[in-house]
Design a binder for this molecule. Structure first.
Ligand code: AMP
Length: 212
């Protein structure tokens, strides 16, 4: 049972590669962004707590986020892809403690390194399926039928926080709170740098080489 963290700026391709990892290896996908969006959609208590932060591109406070992850972790047995969590040093320390209690640890941290000048185009062109969460891109990864999800035919939408003004806020949060995790996991000696500027196939090849 492995725990693999995907670390990187918004738009660096973590979600797309997670989809391949689930298909190829059967890993569970723990995406805190997806969990938050589902809670907001279902108007749960957690959803109400997260809504204003998430839609403004700000990080949800650690205590709320960690409680949501603890709840979610109770139902997961096998290997897990951690996508979008941890995002702060505090979350990373808490995750180490949670996993230690279960006799588990982080096996790999894959750090998606990317040229930031490309991120705005990547994120503004992103479209997602509101039902299953599958991610597309208008030009780089279009659906088979324009505007519709390949998997369930739902009409694709743009995320509320994928607008240019929200991306600036999200990138600032990434630099301030999340980028320090690169050093954190370098010290734990489980970090591999993935060149995320490459095509999706080439990024996938790098990931397979780490996991084999
Ligand atoms: P993502 O889909 O990973 O880009 O996440 C979308 C939004 O959900 C973020 O901009 C945050 O508002 C919130 N979020 C997701 N994961 C976390 C986390 N680990 N800590 C705090 N906020 C988070």
């Amino acid at each position: 049972m492995k725990n693999i963290i995907l670390l990187g700026a918004p738009g660096s391709g973590k979600g797309t590669q997670s989809e391949h990892l689930i298909q190829e290896y059967g890993f569970h996908h723990l995406s805190t962004g997806d969990i938050i969006r589902k809670n907001i959609h279902d108007n749960t208590e957690y959803g109400q707590l997260c809504k204003k932060y998430s839609e403004e591109g700000k990080l949800v406070p650690d205590d709320i986020m960690i409680a949501m992850v603890e709840d979610h972790l109770k139902n997961l047995q096998g290997s897990i892809i951690w996508d979008g969590f941890p995002r702060t040093i505090n979350q990373a320390q808490k995750l180490d403690q949670l996993l230690a209690k279960l006799g588990r640890k982080i096996n790999h941290t894959l750090y998606f390194e990317i040229d930031e000048s490309k991120l705005i185009a990547r994120i503004t062109g992103r479209r997602i399926c509101p039902k299953c969460g599958k991610t597309y891109h208008l030009t780089a990864l279009p659906p088979k039928q324009e505007g519709l999800c390949d998997l369930d035919g739902s009409a694709l939408i743009q995320r509320a926080d994928d607008s240019v003004d929200k991306i600036t806020v999200r990138l600032a949060a990434y630099h301030k709170d999340t980028a320090p995790l690169v050093d954190y996991y370098l010290h734990q000696q489980n970090l591999t740098v993935i060149d995320a500027d490459m095509t999706g196939h080439a990024v996938w090849d790098q990931i397979v080489a780490v996991l084999k």
